[in-house]
Design a protein around this ligand. Structure first.
Ligand code: PMP
Length: 387
């Protein structure tokens, strides 16, 4: 019991009433693109371990080795004594992977966005910010911290972005466009060729979140930003998804990185990531460029799944990646479907408001490199029956 319970219970009751109460349930990643939940092995379409690296022996070994050699904690924040040789070497390796002058490691992707965006916006009073309507909550958090109003364009609608750029912020000292290269809930891509051309034509800077592209898309898995080298001002991505570990990076010019080291609160006032985390990232960066076969397999699985959803009459939006939404619509229906699938041995989480817009509740299907074509077919069979 706490003195705060009573107002919080009232807030929870409101969440309950809206049918949006969430609870934590345990799960454990298992080999073969499986997950263990409630003692049962399920085919896992809900994790972001796209390349199945989270249990790869090279990552677990290097994490173990670096912890054994350097300890479990980093001891302090980066500007005090928390920066080790490993941090600096890894940041150089990340910059090389992303083809940028410099890079900086963050504890998580959420923290990276919530740290660098307000730092950036604070440097340019009056900056005009243009955002895709579906950008991640952490980018919204960063913009809100800066107290800056956003000009939102319709999702992936670059005509709308151009119209906004033509009419808003012409007198601003700078203009900044924020988007994702692969959208987390829809699995569709931003058209970075056109977006970079628009940014250049309007003299706007571009920030791209590559959380779901890093490791999976672009040449050698270096992300879709690698397809437009040197044309995106600032890229962030995570090590917690396809890279099989934990943490995040921000990559860009040396000036940007120097600036964040001096101003980004979520970098300065937090303990440096520990050796085991760095070891796993280091190993993932060694493996990922050579995983073209896994990337091709994921792409083929995605096509197979989308064809199967078409046959069932289910909308998968503009997905063209390892993330495939099966849009159901009503929240209760998506939840019921997810429960039926789980009973039949498939973990396909329902994603509902407020994570996605009302009326677009969906099964968010995330493919993993260890899935087989037979897994997809079995899933589609069960889904068809459940519908
Ligand atoms: N950006 C996007 C697009 C994401 O989907 C996520 C994670 N769901 C994040 C940032 C945050 O990354 P992390 O999980 O490392 O905090």
């Amino acid at each position: 019991m706490s003195r705060l319970d009573s107002p919080l219970q009232a807030a929870l009751a409101r969440i309950d009433k809206a049918g949006q109460r969430r609870t934590l349930r345990a799960a454990a990643l298992a080999p073969g693109g499986r997950v263990i939940r409630d003692g049962r092995e399920l085919v896992d379409f809900s994790s972001n371990d796209y390349l199945c690296l989270a249990r790869h022996p090279l990552l677990t070994e290097r994490a173990r080795e670096w912890a054994a050699r350097h300890g479990t904690g980093s001891g302090a924040s980066r500007l005090v004594t928390g920066t080790s040789d490993a941090h600096l070497a890894l940041e150089a390796k990340i910059a090389a992977f992303k083809g940028t002058e410099a890079a900086l490691i963050f504890a998580t992707g959420w923290q990276a966005n919530a740290a660098v965006i307000p730092a950036l916006l604070a440097a340019i009073p009056g900056v005009a910010v243009f955002t895709d309507r579906l950008i991640h909550a952490s980018m919204h958090a960063g913009i809100a911290m800066a107290g800056v109003r956003q000009h939102r364009f319709r999702h992936n609608d670059l005509d709308h972005l151009e119209a906004l750029l033509a009419s808003k912020g012409a007198d601003a000292p700078a203009r900044l466009i924020l988007t994702e290269s692969v959208f987390s809930m829809d699995g569709d891509r931003a058209d970075l060729q056109r977006l970079t051309a628009i940014a250049e034509a309007h003299d706007a800077a571009l920030f791209v979140d590559e959380a779901h592209a890093t490791g999976v898309l672009g040449p050698e898995g270096r992300g879709l930003s690698a397809e437009v080298p040197g044309r995106i001002d600032l890229v962030m991505g995570t090590f917690s998804k396809a890279m099989g570990g934990f943490g995040a990076y921000v990559a860009g010019s040396q000036v940007l990185i120097d600036y964040f080291v001096n101003t980004a609160s979520g970098f300065i006032f937090t303990t440096a990531p520990p050796p085991a985390v760095l070891g796993a990232i280091d190993a993932a960066l060694d493996l990922v460029p050579g995983m073209d076969a896994e990337r091709a397999h994921l792409a083929a699985l995605g096509d197979r799944l989308r064809e199967g959803l078409d046959a069932l009459g289910l909308d998968h939006g503009d997905s063209s990646t390892q993330i495939v939404p099966a849009v159901i619509g009503a929240e209760e229906q998506a939840m019921a479907l997810s429960a039926k699938l789980e009973a039949a041995g498939f973990l396909a989480s329902a994603i509902r408001p407020p994570t996605v817009p009302p009326g677009t509740s969906r099964l968010r299907l995330a493919l993993r490199a260890s899935h087989s074509a037979a897994d997809i077919d079995a899933f589609l069979g069960v889904l068809g029956d459940a519908l």
